[in-house]
Write a protein that binds this ligand. Structure first.
Ligand SMILES: [Zn+2]
Length: 282
């Protein structure tokens, strides 16, 4: 069974709109090809703090990345560090804040857009710095990295859903349109990723209020989707809400990697997503 993993983070995608709008992803869940759950984001429900949560498994009060203005390298080991330490190849197509957390801060627009340097925590990075950089291009940036460097861990992070949510609100037609567009691209990419032996995870950092905000504690701002396509996990839909902090630990589990010491132990709610040895034999 392959341990290779592609994680797609759709910035600002709230749970209800995801499940109402991601027709292809819901098809996979409905037909027993994917698992779908809800995740409750950590607080504050802001982008940079939650990138750090998703990638290191540490909460803001410990990692100190408390605002979108916390422009500095992370002090904690991320999934990029752990894959690199294990001798694996990692890659990302992400917003430039991800580069600032793990490769270099502040971001140098003229130098840091494409970073191919296996000595860095992120070994193969393509970073965009406009919130309107099209998700279509971003997802293909990720696909290009996959084809070029065959990473064991590929992290793809889009921004248009968040950007349009801020401009039009999380219940707007424009917001739904942006989600539909991503679903179409995923429907083209995911079959070839599975063909190439990857496990695929699709989630979001935080949601979006109907007023076009996030950062607070409402369900609209915190509740996000989680889709997993992997032979290691169960399939189908259950309306349970998982905590977000163990996400990085679970990604280590999917890649059969040691987790960082600062990543939490998997709680029962996450542990039970895994197939048991008996089920795998069936
Ligand atoms: Zn935002």
């Amino acid at each position: 069974m392959s341990n290779k993993l592609i994680v797609v983070v759709l910035d600002g995608l709230r749970y209800d709109v995801a499940t109402e709008t991601l027709g292809y992803m819901e098809h996979l869940a409905e037909k027993g090809q994917a698992l779908r759950r809800a995740v409750l984001s950590e607080l504050p429900s802001l982008s940079r703090p939650l990138y750090e949560v998703l990638l290191t498994g540490t909460p803001s009060y410990i990692n100190g990345i408390n605002t979108n203005g916390s422009i500095r390298l992370s002090d904690h080991k991320s999934l990029f560090h752990m894959t690199k330490e294990a001798g694996l190849t990692n890659a990302t197509a992400s917003y430039y804040w991800v580069s600032e957390l793990y490769n270099r801060a502040p971001f140098h627009y003229l130098e840091d857009r494409i970073q191919l340097d296996t000595d860095k925590a992120i070994q193969n990075g393509m970073f965009y710095f406009e919130d309107t950089y099209p998700d279509s291009h971003l997802l293909i940036d990720g696909e290009t990295l996959r084809q070029e460097v065959q990473p064991d861990f590929l992290y793809i992070h889009s921004m248009n859903i968040d950007d349009i949510g801020h401009k039009h609100g999380g219940r707007s037609g424009e917001y739904r349109d942006s989600v539909l567009r991503v679903d179409n691209i995923l429907a083209e990419l995911i079959p070839s990723w599975l063909q190439a032996g990857y496990q695929v995870v699709v989630t979001a950092d935080h949601g979006m209020s109907e007023y076009g905000q996030h950062g607070g504690t409402t369900e609209e701002e915190r509740k996000v989707p989680l889709y997993i396509i992997s032979n290691k996990t169960r399939k189908g839909v259950q309306e349970v809400v998982l905590p977000q902090l163990p996400f990085a630990s679970f990604m280590c589990e999917l890649m059969q990697l040691n987790k960082a010491e600062t990543m939490p132990k998997l709680p029962a709610s996450w542990e039970e997503l895994l197939m048991t040895g008996e089920e795998e034999k069936e």
